[in-house]
Design a protein around this ligand. Structure first.
Ligand SMILES: [Zn+2]
Length: 285
């Protein structure tokens, strides 16, 4: 877990200088009690106005409920906002971690200067969020932006979602690892991209195939959403940038009527989600 504490009077224009910033481990077995204890440690003697918590998984933000958590299954169905708020005596907001990171990138990171960004995270899965005027456009059911499940090869490999040929089955980190290992390569996507950069022949086809699939998905994105900027982050984008650069070139070549926006790397790195929580907390007052 990452924890950031900022002065509630900080301006919204730039990321505030944190009063506290560190990685934390929960000292207690119960996750809610553990979170409360972490907040108490971070707070120290200061008076707290608000806690914003970002969780990987499906979240009912309006009610502070964790519907399904990928990494902490014991939180599934938990009324986290209410329970943690009761323990700490302050309002607690619960948000999706991808949305928090996207808001931060769009406002303080690579999207700064554009009021319309689509922020994409490449990793084990592929998450995306359309951020307009500093707010995620969530869709009618809160599930917009699932770029990883756009079909790019209708007869392709089976995806975790139950369909075939989703973008994730080609450029998700596990898919890249499998393709690389099948070609005799060792290690995961980072080693694949390093080998690509070094000109290794067996890496070329895999990376080109992945970049081509990403380019198709980005063209679909441009056709549907017409974003002002596309920001690409996540673990894979932080690795050698070849995949994104290659995809950007292919998007340019293949575009017809599409208005292709700048495609830029994310700049906030692993602290984007925590920064997004800060931003949402400051916006909430
Ligand atoms: Zn899928």
């Amino acid at each position: 877990m990452k924890a950031l504490l900022v002065d509630a009077r900080s301006p919204l224009s730039t990321p505030p200088e944190p009063l506290f910033r560190d990685r934390m481990t929960t000292p207690l077995a119960d996750p809610v009690d553990g979170l409360a204890e972490i907040v108490r440690q971070v707070r120290g003697e200061r008076s707290l106005q608000r806690v914003v918590l970002s969780i990987p998984g499906l979240v009912d933000q309006a009610n502070g409920v964790v519907i399904r958590s990928t990494n902490i299954p014991s939180l599934d169905g938990c009324h986290l906002g209410e329970r943690l708020g009761g323990l700490l005596g302050v309002p607690v907001d619960v948000v999706n971690d991808g949305h928090a990171a996207a808001v931060a990138e769009a406002t303080w990171g690579a999207g700064a200067g554009s009021d319309d960004s689509f922020v994409l995270a490449l990793g084990t899965g592929i998450a995306g969020a359309h951020v307009v005027d500093g707010t995620v456009v969530p869709g009618a059911h809160g599930s917009a932006g699932e770029l990883g499940h756009i079909t790019v090869e209708p007869d392709g490999a089976l995806c975790s979602c139950g369909r075939r040929g989703c973008l994730e089955t080609i450029i998700g980190a596990p898919a890249l690892r499998t393709a690389w290992n099948s070609a005799g390569g060792e290690g995961g996507p980072r080693s694949l991209l390093a080998a690509f950069g070094a000109g290794e022949a067996r890496a070329q086809g895999i990376v080109f195939h992945a970049a081509s699939a990403l380019a198709e998905a980005l063209l679909t994105l441009c056709a549907l959403v017409d974003p002002g900027r596309i920001v690409v982050g996540g673990g894979l984008a932080q690795a050698p940038h070849a995949l994104v650069t290659l995809a950007e070139g292919l998007v340019g070549e293949r575009a017809t009527f599409h208005r292709v926006p700048p495609i830029v790397p994310a700049t906030l790195g692993g602290w984007a989600g925590a920064n997004g929580c800060v931003l949402l907390g400051l916006q909430a007052g």
